[in-house]
Design a protein around this ligand. Sequence first.
Ligand code: ADP
Length: 430
Amino acid sequence: MDQEFFLLGLVALGGGLVLALIGFAYLLLRLREAQQRLRDKEGQHQGILDRLQENEYRLRTIIESEPECVKLQAADGTVLEINPAGLRLVDAERPEDIVGRKIYSVVAQEYKEIYRENMRRVFEGEAVVYEFKSITLKGRTAWMETHAVPLRDARGAVYALLGITRDITEHKWAEEQGRRHQTELARVARLSTMGEMATGLAHELNQPLSAIANFARGCIRRLRNGDVTPADLIEPLEEVCEQAERAGEIMRHVRDFVRKSEPRMTAVDINQVVRSVAKFTELEARQHEAVVTLQLAPEQPRVWADSIMVEQVISNLVRNAMEAMDEARSPRREVVIRSVQQDNDVVEVEVIDTGPGIDGALIDQVFDQFFTTKPEGVGMGLSISRSIVESHGGSIRAESRAGGGATFRFTLQRIPTLLRRDERRYSLHH
Ligand code: ADP
């Protein structure tokens, strides 16, 4: 019995051992598998690491060889990284000259605040482009333009500014030269306009001054003859005053012009302006044996204009008409000044004469500066008139009618359009 038990025990032990061996072998197998998997994983990780390193290397090579300055900055302006082009841009000899230091050390004093503000915007998540003046590490002044974007970590928080900066000094210089050139051009243009104004002024002043001389001479003559009462002198002396005031008004305009002041724009009744021109050219008309008639639009159109300037245009046209008729010894000397409301937006003023008209080949030249066919002419009247009309947003043209005579026509803008466009301004002056 004991022997049986012993044998049974042996068998059980043997079985247990076999089982244990099988279990051990199984565990060993699993362990090997796990090790293999671990090795595979490690291999994969290594592969990823290698690829990452490769990518970083590639990126670095690109950035290093990039001709523009590429840099990373922290929120306080510390330069974290910068490529060789960046080092050259700030005149740094080694990376340590600028890396780890604040970018503000190369930003011109007057641009530091602007720079800080732009950095703040980038760290708030905006992509910005800004220009600034830089004083490099060697004290050289340069203009820079930076395109900056925020760099975010995995959680989306901005941890650095990535900036690409280029030197725009040459571009700025060219721009500055361009601006200087423009200013110079404007100055020359202004000088020539002043020259224009001065010649125009002589032309303009001639009329009231000769009227004053005529009236004064008339008074003297009557005083010498003794056939005059003080009351008789009042009217001609009033004329003298009126013409002197007109001369003064012209001078005021020149002063305003020289001071670069704007034209005095108001709502002007164009018929009123035409009547006033007719009145102060009366004397001249008599001297030229011409009759001036008015054909005025019944609506009394209002235009947005400087009345004195418009007066100047109309009187120039009327004077030219009379001179042309005089020169051609036209038997019939008539000047018609018309105001016509063309449509809702435009008012046209026409000055029609019965003179010789204008040669078709010259019709476009008459508005040129210094174009004149008169022995004593200066050729500025029409050119000034055109400047005035155009500065009012209108246009002027000449026509020569079959059967003689010339017609000059210019347009001005009626108030309703402007009222819609600029109600406030209109009501201020009205
Ligand atoms: P200016 O008064 O010195 O001649 P303008 O600019 O006023 O200068 O006129 C230029 C030229 O245009 C005149 O010399 C003349 O030949 C021509 N012209 C102007 N108005 C008339 C007109 N109504 N009839 C014929 N020719 C004219």
